[in-house]
Every structure is written in structure tokens, then in C-alpha cells.
Design a protein around this ligand. Structure first.
Ligand code: AMP
Length: 396
């Protein structure tokens, strides 16, 4: 059978990220981004495999549907008319979805019902799905869920210690996110290390603007740092990660802050940005740290210490450790973050090879541990490829 072409669509509230993936290949035939949709200055940027530079097009007044109507012909042309399916990233699949699913009316209403658990993400994902299905009604459309990989968590890992009816009736439990990335890099790690996926044990750290850790046993997620929402766990670009749950009532009582104001502070004004008072961007903070900016240095220090603490705690979920994986924009590029984090993990006998650590940036992956010490790997993630693989698995 000739290699099939899968279009992967990741719809945010004002953007659409897309990639045309050909079966069996890691790079994309075409990829791009439509942004500022529904606002002034909407635009589309894309790059084909033979293009030296990305191309851009202004899309005045475009919404998601208009942007898709403009980009789908580019995709059809790049696929030479042979598009086999569309894989849609959906952030929250609740407890219902343990794997990717073909989008039927029933699946669409289940995604809609899950929206209260992801009020910012699922409705945006649905806008893209509706528009793409209207434009390509005859193609198979597949939903690939960020949460699905973590549905293998044991109950002791996913339950909160709160009254049981809140779980049973309100579905309050830990779900976890970034599943597509954790799954992809753990498979790659096994491949790189000559181990079988079904007999390998990993801790992975996906460190981007959103960050999470995951313990993976034999290809299955066993525990992860994000919870009911992506706010739990690690310190992130603008998200606080773990804080005392009484912080809400403390701020309401002492400052009279509303729930909305507290939510906004924890999700948008905290993390690297909040601690540094400077930026949510790790590159900016590394640069400022070199210039002697004390709060930038502190933000990086807290980030790395909390990350190490999360990784160490996740060892409880594994009987053995075959290696630690760094991925995501920060994990793939920041030798400093990897170095500072691993320094806190002496108890696991981890040691980095300084040269190898410095070499792994901008898409270069590989082992970065010192010989004779446990594996530490840098693995560039490829969520689009994993979504395409999951889409193909549903087609088959
Ligand atoms: P992502 O959300 O995966 O795109 O990751 C975004 C984060 O990766 C931002 O904090 C960037 O500053 C960070 N990042 C990208 N390149 C580098 C780099 N060369 N060094 C340090 N951080 C980087």
C-alpha cells in the first residue's frame, strides 16, 4: 500500500497549527500556523518541504473556518490530492476516551460534554473539528486526546483525597495532559536504547510553556504531574504549578480577591513570569541570569528544583528506571535547566556529560549522561507525528 497522508490539526482559541504528515516519515510535507483568528491582523504562515522560507498571507477578519478554507487547498495540493484522513488534537477526553476515536455524532457530543473540564481548550478544538468536517465531509476525521495516554493511571495515582461523591458525581480526579508527547518520547527512548517498549521504564519531562512530568512503565502512563487541569504540578511559563490549596481562601479573605482574579493570577501571571517579574520565556531568563538579574536566576532555580522534586517523587510509580527524558522547547534546548535539575538528583546517581549536554540543542537529541551513570536522554518531541500515527491506527 502506498504511504498515506494525514493532516494534523491543532486548534487553539485564536490559532490553528497544522502539519501534513506522510506515513513512515518524521518530517512534514507541509506545516504552518494561522494565528490571531477572530481578531485584527489574522494571518497564515506555512512552509512546504521544498520551500527555503516560510510563506505568509494576511487573512483580514478571518475566523477558524475562513482560515481552514484557505489552508486546506494548500494541503490538498501538497498531498497531490491524496489526503487520507484528518487527525484532530483534542485536549480533554475525560474518562470516556482511552484512545483515539473516529469523530461520529456520538463522539462529538461526548467531547462537548467534557468541555466543563477544559473550558478554554475543548470548545476551541471543536470549532476546528466542525469547520474541517464541513469542508471535508467525506474524509475520516479522528480525535486524538491529550488525556487518553494517562487513562492507565492506577486509582491510587488519579484520586484526590476529597469526598468520594465529588469524584463519582463531578468527575473530580487527576487526568494529566501532554499524553501525546510523553507517549512519543518514551517510545523513541526505548528505540534509541535498544529496549522493548513493553519492557522499559522511563521518567519524562515535557518542558515548554506548559510543563509536566510522567512515569511510564512498559509503554503505559503510571503517574503524571498535571491533574484535573493543567495547572497542577510543575512551575511553568505563566502557571504557578502546585501551591497550597488554601491559597484561594487566603487571598479571598485577606485581599477580597474574586475566584476569577485568583484563577487568572495562577494561570497567567505566575510561574517563570511571576517569580522573575521579567518574562515567561526561558531564553530571556537565561540571558538575564547571565547579566546578574537575581530574580531571573531565582525563577530558574525554583523551576529546576521543583522539576527534580517531581521526577524524584515519580520514581515511586516505577519498579526500575531505564532513563530520564527531557523534551519540549526548554527540555530540548536548555542545557542549563537540564544541568541544574540533574544536580538535584544525585540520590539517583545521575551525572551529565557536559559536552553531550551542550551539544543537544535545536533539534539535536541523544544521550547526555556520563558513562557508567543512568541514562539521561534529550528527545525532540513530535506530537504531530504521534497524532498521525494514532490516526492511522484508528483507520487500520
Ligand atoms: P514550547 O512551549 O515547547 O514551544 O517551549 C517554549 C519554551 O521553550 C520557552 O520558554 C522558550 O524560551 C524555550 N526555549 C526555546 N528555545 C530555547 C533555548 N535555546 N534555550 C532555552 N529555552 C528555550
Amino acid at each position: 500500500m502506498p504511504a498515506r497522508n494525514i493532516l494534523v490539526i491543532n486548534c487553539g482559541s485564536s490559532s490553528i497549527k497544522f502539519a501534513l504528515v506522510r506515513e513512515g516519515r518524521d518530517d512534514f510535507i507541509l506545516h504552518g500556523l494561522a494565528e490571531r483568528l477572530g481578531a485584527n491582523g489574522a494571518s497564515l504562515r506555512w512552509q512546504g518541504e521544498t520551500d527555503e522560507q516560510p510563506q505568509t498571507l494576511e487573512l483580514p477578519g478571518a475566523d477558524h473556518k475562513a482560515a481552514l478554507a484557505r489552508l486546506l487547498p494548500l494541503v490538498a495540493q501538497a498531498a497531490q490530492g491524496k489526503l487520507h484522513a484528518i487527525g484532530h488534537r483534542v485536549v480533554h477526553g475525560g474518562e470516556r476516551f482511552t484512545q483515539a476515536s473516529r469523530l461520529t455524532d456520538e463522539v462529538l457530543s461526548a467531547i462537548r460534554e467534557t468541555s466543563p473540564l477544559a473550558p478554554l481548550h475543548n470548545p476551541a478544538n471543536l470549532v476546528g473539528i466542525d469547520a474541517a468536517m464541513a469542508l471535508y465531509p467525506d474524509l475520516p476525521h479522528i480525535a486524538v486526546f491529550d488525556t487518553a495516554f494517562h487513562q492507565s493511571l492506577p486509582e491510587r495515582a488519579y484520586r484526590y483525597a476529597i469526598p468520594e461523591p465529588l469524584y463519582r458525581e463531578q468527575h473530580v480526579r487527576r487526568y494529566g495532559f501532554h499524553g501525546t508527547s510523553h507517549r512519543y518520547v518514551s517510545h523513541k527512548a526505548a528505540e534509541m536504547s535498544g529496549l522493548a517498549v513493553g519492557d522499559s521504564y522511563w521518567l519524562s519531562a515535557h518542558l515548554g510553556n506548559g510543563s509536566s512530568t510522567c512515569a511510564i512503565a512498559n509503554g503505559q502512563s503510571r503517574d503524571t504531574s498535571m491533574g484535573l487541569t493543567p495547572l497542577e504540578g510543575l512551575m511553568m511559563g505563566t502557571r504557578s504549578g502546585d501551591v497550597d490549596p488554601n491559597l484561594h481562601s487566603h487571598l479571598a479573605r485577606t485581599l477580597g480577591w474574586s475566584l476569577e482574579k485568583i484563577d487568572h493570577m495562577l494561570n497567567h501571571d505566575s510561574g517563570l513570569l511571576g517569580l522573575s517579574g521579567l518574562s515567561n520565556d526561558m531564553r530571556t531568563l537565561e540571558h538575564a541570569r547571565e547579566q546578574g538579574h537575581a530574580n531571573a536566576a531565582l525563577a530558574i532555580e525554583v523551576f529546576c528544583y521543583r522539576l527534580a522534586k517531581s521526577l524524584a517523587s515519580l520514581t515511586c510509580a516505577l519498579p526500575r528506571l531505564d532513563g530520564i527524558i527531557f523534551t519540549g522547547g526548554i527540555g530540548e534546548n536548555s542545557a542549563l535547566v537540564r544541568n541544574l535539575t540533574v544536580k538535584h538528583l544525585h540520590v539517583l546517581n545521575l551525572e551529565l556529560d557536559g559536552e553531550a549536554n551542550a551539544r543537544c540543542v535545536r533539534g539535536v537529541g541523544g544521550p547526555i549522561h556520563l558513562a557508567g551513570h543512568p541514562r539521561v536522554l534529550v528527545i525532540p518531541t513530535n506530537e504531530e507525528k504521534q497524532i498521525a500515527l494514532d490516526t492511522l491506527a484508528v483507520l487500520d
